[in-house]
Write a protein that binds this ligand. Structure first.
Ligand code: SF4
Length: 454
């Protein structure tokens, strides 16, 4: 995991900083971003980052300290940002607005915030934003700045603010307060932030998560926040660890991104990444924006052989299901599906095929009977309530693709039985009408979030 925000420079860590870091790195923490947000703490944070290879620094002027932002301080900040101290300074922050305490006058906070954003743009630095009770002004200033690489740290606003942030493609990070008993509304927000925009942090020494609440917070406690967010999102702790680490690495430009995988685990299922080819080009397809799905790199250099896949699966019984599903359409490799599924079944595993439902046109025959005894369940992307919407959203290579999908659904329900239709929650899709289609065909129905595979 990556603790994307803590204050290792602060006095509570003075006596035992080395022990705190060693506890962190003995737990699941891979990297830490320590944030210096006043003149002295900026320099201390940079000193810590240059001492410990796994620690990086962010520097900026906190809204509380905006009143201190004289030309000399701005010059110091600019020199740090320009120099980056051997790439150990990875963001400008925390900066923003805090109208709760108003330790600096709001007008002064706004002026300094604008200056920081333009400095970040000039030096191509991502920014970490502190926003407390200042949603409207924060939105206006960030929007006017044109800044794209933005992380809202210790998110504590409402639904509307979170939706605004993710619509703009900004990252949202949750701290220990998301674990507090009375923070259900925050947990609700943490449950639907898209995978690719989610991060976690401690904000240590503040906001120790349950069950450590009341103690000095430290990076090794991040696991508690991760577990609560995993539960809110219905995924595992390992999933949150992987998803948020990849996001932090991309955002801050630190560490190594994971290599591509031919099989990958989400929750208790194992997914098989057969191909990146597809006969559709759906406008919501994750592969057009990212190589990553739930922190797994699915961009294949080449398509894996059947033997490679079987070897990578290991014991199929270790998983609830083995699912053919990657960044492409599996039925383009029908023979590989059949061979691998046969092996999985022979080992006592259960097989699901996630498909766009165009396998019959792709293979120029009715393939459903060939799946009997090999595939236990099918998830078929319905994606739309009618042909016009389907063609607009999915850009299929085939004429009459929507009708072909409906025909495939009919045959699959008749022959395999366990069939679920999926739609992605996106503009123009009439979920109620899609559900009606599923009912009509006696198939299950599932609405997927925009980014969600698995
Ligand atoms: S059918 Fe699936 S893999 Fe193919 S483009 Fe659409 S979302 Fe992507």
């Amino acid at each position: 995991m990556i603790d994307t925000h803590c204050h290792l420079d602060m006095s509570p860590f003075e006596a035992d900083r080395g022990d705190v870091l060693s506890r962190a790195f003995k737990s699941d923490i891979e990297h830490i971003i320590t944030v210096g947000a006043d003149p002295q703490s900026m320099l201390t944070a940079v000193g810590i980052a240059t001492t410990y290879p796994q620690v990086f620094a962010a520097v900026g002027i906190h809204p509380h300290e905006a009143r201190l932002a004289n030309p000399m301080l701005l010059e110091l900040l600019e020199s740090l940002i320009r120099d980056k101290q051997g790439n150990k300074i990875v963001a400008l922050g925390e900066i923003g607005l805090d109208y709760h305490y108003n330790h600096s006058l709001p007008a002064v906070q706004r002026e300094v915030f604008e200056k920081m954003l333009s400095m970040a743009l000039q030096y191509h630095m991502p920014v970490i934003i502190h926003n407390r009770q200042a949603d409207e002004d924060t939105k206006a200033i960030v929007k006017a700045s044109g800044m794209k690489d933005v992380l809202f740290h210790c998110f504590s606003s409402d639904d509307a603010m979170a939706k605004w942030a993710i619509d703009k493609g900004f990252y949202v990070s949750f701290a220990g307060n998301v674990t507090f008993k009375k923070a259900q509304s925050l947990r609700d927000i943490a449950s639907w932030i898209p995978d690719e925009l989610l991060m976690i942090e401690t904000d240590a020494p503040f906001l120790a998560p349950e069950p450590m609440r009341g103690k000095r917070n430290e990076p090794s406690y991040l696991q508690h926040t991760a577990r609560v967010i995993a539960e809110a999102r219905g995924v595992t702790y390992e999933d949150i660890n992987r998803i948020t680490s990849v996001n932090a690495k991309i955002f801050f430009g630190i560490g190594d991104l994971p290599p591509s995988e031919i099989v990958y685990k989400i929750r208790d299922n194992l997914y098989i990444n057969l191909t990146s080819r597809c006969t559709n080009a759906c406008e919501f397809c994750v592969k057009f924006d990212s190589d990553f799905v739930k922190g797994h790199n699915l961009r294949l250099d080449r398509e894996p052989s059947e033997e490679e896949i079987i070897q990578a699966i290991g014991d199929p019984k270790a998983y609830s299901e083995v699912v053919f599903c990657g960044l492409g359409e599996p039925t383009l490799r029908l023979e590989a599906i059949k061979r691998v599924a046969q092996w999985v079944k022979s080992q006592g595993g259960r097989v699901r095929l996630n498909t766009n439902g165009l396998g019959n046109v792709i293979n120029e025959r009715d393939i459903v009977p060939e799946l009997v005894g090999l595939v236990d369940a099918l998830s078929i992307s319905l994606n739309a309530q009618d042909a016009e919407t389907y063609n607009r959203l999915c850009n299929p290579n085939f004429k009459d693709a929507f009708e072909e999908v409906l025909d495939f659904i009919k045959k699959a329900v008749q022959t395999i039985g366990d069939v679920t239709l999926t739609v992605v929650e996106t503009e123009g899709v009439d979920i109620a009408k899609c559900r009606d289609i599923a009912n009509r065909y006696k198939a299950g129905f599932r609405v997927r979030k925009l980014d969600s595979v698995g």
